[in-house]
Design a protein around this ligand. Sequence first.
Ligand SMILES: C[S@@+](CC[C@H](N)C(=O)[O-])C[C@H]1O[C@@H](n2cnc3c(N)ncnc32)[C@H](O)[C@@H]1O
Length: 128
Amino acid sequence: MGPLACDPCTTEHNHLNAQVFYTEKDDGLTKDWKSLTYCNPPYSKMKLWAPKIKQQAEKDVEIIALVKNATGTRWFESLWGADAICFVSGRLRFVGAENSAPFESLVLYFGRRKATFRDIFGEIGRVL
Ligand SMILES: C[S@@+](CC[C@H](N)C(=O)[O-])C[C@H]1O[C@@H](n2cnc3c(N)ncnc32)[C@H](O)[C@@H]1O
């Protein structure tokens, strides 16, 4: 969907080549993010990251977020406002992992380019 301006939770390797990136040491939770942000938060800290995603989206930051498909959890409540949701088919195998994750994933989109998101992410799952 275009070059990434910000990855607020990554390592110093900055795999996705974001223009600005934050590691645990920088603490991306304390920063303002920029469009276009890609966020794949630490899953053990969703109580902090879900409200942060919502807060930044409300500041008009365009965000793509890869999260666990855990729509029944309390933390997910903050994320129902997504403009589009891709229900990823199958289970992802993360870089360095031997097996697929024991859970399904969602890609959430916050922004005005819903049709573009649907076109691109429709290739990996159903988009609502
Ligand atoms: C699910 S991984 C995502 C990895 C990243 N998308 C990549 O491809 O390298 C979550 C990452 O967030 C980092 N992290 C944890 N707490 C953080 C914080 N407060 N601020 C920024 N990054 C953090 C972890 O070190 C980990 O690399």
